[in-house]
Design a protein around this ligand. Structure first.
Ligand code: FNR
Length: 379
């Protein structure tokens, strides 16, 4: 008998396996968890309007972004410290993404380094059957040289995009983490910062960043530069030829500025409800961003996506693809790489079925006419 039939089952099984420290780190959101929970509930409030009598015997979920082809529009979001879920951590997630022909975003605050993850997937691409597509999620640290060096390292290690997280000038107030005095286990380090801690960097980082890298305390709280602004984004654009995306945009105003400054893509995100509580659910913010961008650059969304129908709804609103965050952690916790395989297979199967049952044969068929308008724009 198969016990895991959907991502909610996977979450339940994974949560049962975790200790309190890890469980609260993965599940937590800011303050009263209103945005975290609303991310999910907002999807539940949207109805799909299906069309019948179209030949749906062949469903094609493939798509292309920045000239790269993917087998499905469900991508793996960045999350910190994935070895807390499974010893293979980010390497397992990246391998699973590679085998499934989807994108994997590596967090700056990963346990395995940029280079280790590239090496960890190399055998899969040797046969030429798989293409590994990885982007680096970038936090802009007070010691800018570190962030800029991470970009260069990502370029050299074959990453094809840089995702700058812009909703985290300070870490959100996550009450459960505060109550349980969250700690990253002693045996885990932040792979990307060991180089600087060893003093190999030509521009010596601050003593504080070195100390933090060694101790692996909550880097986010202490090191992210709260002065980050649009000028820095222009600097990062100058620094690299890779597409630069902004993660954490929630308004049409910011989306318009992003396009103006030459950003290559936007991820509508509220950090899984972990930053400012009571901001809108991402599926609620998505329409105004899509409308402001007018297809000039790709728009992605994450937050609360758990079912194929959620993916369908996000694409119908106008997202080019979606990211799942916590489900990667549930897959890893459940069974490492195989658990992430299971997670991806389940949600892709649900997406294919949602497309077939609503009369959409390919990704570009999906549009707003498949959603009940009054659900999308409630009065
Ligand atoms: C995150 N997220 C995140 N985002 C980011 O830009 N850098 C990071 O290091 C992390 N770390 C992180 C850790 C954990 C435990 C979680 C749950 C999330 C946010 C992540 O990329 C994504 O925006 C959300 O997880 C999406 O929401 P769902 O899919 O988890 O509901």
């Amino acid at each position: 008998m198969q016990r895991i039939s959907c991502l909610a089952d996977l979450e339940r099984e994974a949560v049962d396996k975790l200790d309190l420290n890890t469980r609260t780190f993965f599940q937590s959101g800011a303050m009263d968890l209103l945005t975290r929970d609303d991310n999910r509930e907002a999807y539940n409030r949207i109805r799909i309007i299906p069309r019948m009598l179209r030949d749906v015997s062949k469903i094609d979920t493939s798509l292309s972004i920045f000239g790269q082809t993917f087998k499905s529009p469900v991508f793996l979001a960045a999350s910190a410290n994935q070895r807390m879920a499974h010893t293979d951590g980010e390497i397992a997630a990246s391998r699973s993404a590679c085998k499934h022909g989807v994108l994997h975003v590596l967090s700056s605050i990963s346990n395995y380094s940029i280079e280790e993850v590239s090496k960890g997937v190399a055998d899969l691409t040797e046969s030429g059957e798989n293409t590994s597509v990885r982007w680096l999620q970038l936090y802009v640290f007070q010691d800018r040289h570190i962030s800029y060096d991470l970009v260069k390292r990502a370029e050299q290690a074959g990453y094809t995009g840089i995702v700058v997280t812009v909703d985290t000038p300070y870490a959100g107030r996550r009450l459960d983490n505060i109550r349980s005095t969250f700690r990253v286990p002693q045996h885990l380090s932040l792979g990307n910062f060991e180089k600087y801690a060893d003093g190999m960097h030509t521009h010596s980082p601050t003593a504080e960043s070195t100390r933090l890298a060694h101790q692996n305390v909550n880097y986010t709280n202490y090191q992210i530069d709260p002065s980050l602004n649009w000028n820095d984004i222009k600097e990062i654009k100058k620094l690299t030829k890779l597409p630069v995306l902004l993660k954490g945009i929630l308004t049409h105003e910011d989306a318009a500025i992003a396009v103006d400054v030459g950003v290559d893509g936007i991820i509508v995100s509220n950090h899984g409800g972990r930053q400012l509580d009571t901001v809108p659910a991402t599926i609620v913010a998505l329409p105004e961003v899509v409308d402001a961008v007018k297809k000039r650059i790709p728009v992605f969304v994450d937050g609360g996506i758990l079912r194929g129908t959620d993916v369908f709804k996000a694409l119908a609103v106008g997202a080019d693809a979606v990211f799942v965050g916590r489900p990667v952690l549930w897959g890893l916790t459940y069974d490492g790489e195989k658990g992430v395989d299971l997670m991806i297979d389940l949600i892709n199967e649900e997406l294919r079925l949602a497309m077939a049952l609503s009369g959409c044969i390919k990704i570009s068929d999906i549009n707003r006419s498949y959603l009940l308008k009054s659900d999308l724009y409630p009065s």
